[in-house]
Design a binder for this molecule. Structure first.
Ligand code: CTP
Length: 391
């Protein structure tokens, strides 16, 4: 199943390290070439000899050990198709999140440009520690896959979240990545995310509740499927692909149009404000004695509609947020905008949509097709949307 693939397993110093012996066997049974690197502390829990015998390869622990013109961390990084860090301790997670390279494992991680899976395991209080959680979030934002630990009885005697996820979960996640077809290779995909910010004065603005999560999930997924991705976003994002940060609808329009002519697909997942204030005040607006205050709003450009009017070969995808009559309104909107696909969202539901990690959408096509995707996390929804567009 995995012949021709090299899986690099990084083991750090936690009790769950003993379980990784079986994980190595699972990858060997699937015909993968397995390389193992350990932090020095991992060897308190498993021996180098065991890992060497199981992987049928030399096991790396220290830097500067192998006499070669190429440093070990670069050789390991070049050779592998995927890196799995399991168990990942709070210490190694925090080093990785901050670019610290003080041993062979962390140096390889820093030099590794292919997919990385991180499977943490630790005491539940360490897992809940806000600094550790912040570091995990940093790794997640940077595009690494985190397989969260399970809740249960921990080796330290505590009951709580911190137990290494199942070996099947790790194996399946790696297998999915290694066997995933790069269906978007060679395609340039531009994706917008977040709600636009329309300034009233230097301290106030008009915006909306869009978190940008759906757009970011689409961009991450397109990147994983091999696309050349540009993310245009109002919410901050640190990604391994180009990110353009914008604020207003006008700025977003300029950024999208700059990328449009040589793109293959544009997905407008952003919630663009329909109006902006006519007169943006340069100084802070002062309170008056009147009970009412009026702002005059003027229409923003309709970015999606303009793309559809000027497109040549591009596939243009819109999103549609509705609080009632979802399908009826969406059918009208796809015609009015002229896009190839419209992804309709019911924003009246609290369990999906804005700010949630989950979504349930209906995909409409211009020829009248309507396909509902069942509720799922936004990454699964993103994958299904690309399957619908590119097969
Ligand atoms: N959109 C856009 N420019 C705008 C408004 C919306 O490009 N000025 C895009 C959004 O990114 C989305 C699609 O149009 O992909 C539909 O957005 P939505 O807010 O549902 O529709 P509107 O056109 O704003 O219509 P309404 O608010 O009346 O439902």
């Amino acid at each position: 199943m995995l012949s021709g693939k090299t899986v690099l397993i990084g083991i750090t110093g936690g009790i769950a390290a003993y379980k990784i012996c079986e994980l190595i066997r699972m990858f060997k049974r699937a015909n993968a070439n397995v390389r193992v690197v350990c932090t020095p502390n991992a060897l308190h829990f498993v021996t180098k000899l065991t890992l060497q015998n199981l992987s049928q390869n030399e096991v790396g622990v220290e830097e500067f050990e192998i006499p070669d013109f190429k440093p070990e961390h670069i050789s390991y990084a070049d050779e592998a198709d995927i890196m799995i860090i399991a168990p990942a301790t709070a210490n190694t997670i925090s080093k990785m999140a901050n670019g610290i390279c003080d041993n062979l494992l962390t140096s390889i991680f820093c030099a590794f440009s292919k997919p990385v899976i991180i499977a943490p395991a630790m005491n539940c209080n360490m897992w809940n520690n806000r600094i550790v959680q912040g570091n995990l979030q940093k790794l997640l934002n940077a595009g690494y896959t985190i397989l969260e630990p399970e809740t249960g009885f921990l080796a330290c005697g505590y009951e709580g979240r911190g137990r290494l996820c199942s070996l099947d979960t790790i194996f399946d996640a790696a297998k999915d990545i290694l066997t995933e077809k790069k269906t978007l290779a060679g395609k340039k995909v531009v994706i917008t995310a977040g709600g636009t910010i329309e300034e009233i004065d230097p301290v106030r603005y008009i915006s909306n509740y869009s978190s940008g999560k759906m757009g970011i999930a689409l961009a991450d997924t397109a990147y994983r499927l091999g696309a050349d991705v540009v993310l245009i976003t109002t919410v901050p994002a640190e990604k391994p692909y180009p990110v353009k940060k914008v604020k207003s609808a006008q700025e977003m329009q300029k950024a999208v149009e700059d990328e449009f002519s040589n793109s293959d697909c544009v997905i407008m997942a952003a919630a663009v404000a329909d109006y902006r204030v006519k007169q943006h005040a340069v100084q802070k607006i002062k309170k008056t004695d009147e009970n009412e205050y009026s702002l005059t709003l003027i229409k923003n450009p309709d970015i999606l509609k303009h793309l559809c009017e000027t497109k040549t070969h591009q596939t243009v995808v819109g999103f549609c947020a509705e609080s009632e009559n979802l399908i009826e309104n969406a059918k009208e909107k796809i015609i009015k905008k002229g896009c190839d696909y419209l992804i309709a969202n019911d924003i009246s539901r609290k369990d999906i949509g804005f700010s949630s990690d989950y979504n349930e959408v209906t995909i409409l096509t211009r020829d009248g097709g309507v396909k509902k995707l069942e509720r799922a996390d936004k990454y699964t929804i993103a994958r299904r949307i690309f399957e619908e567009i590119y097969g």
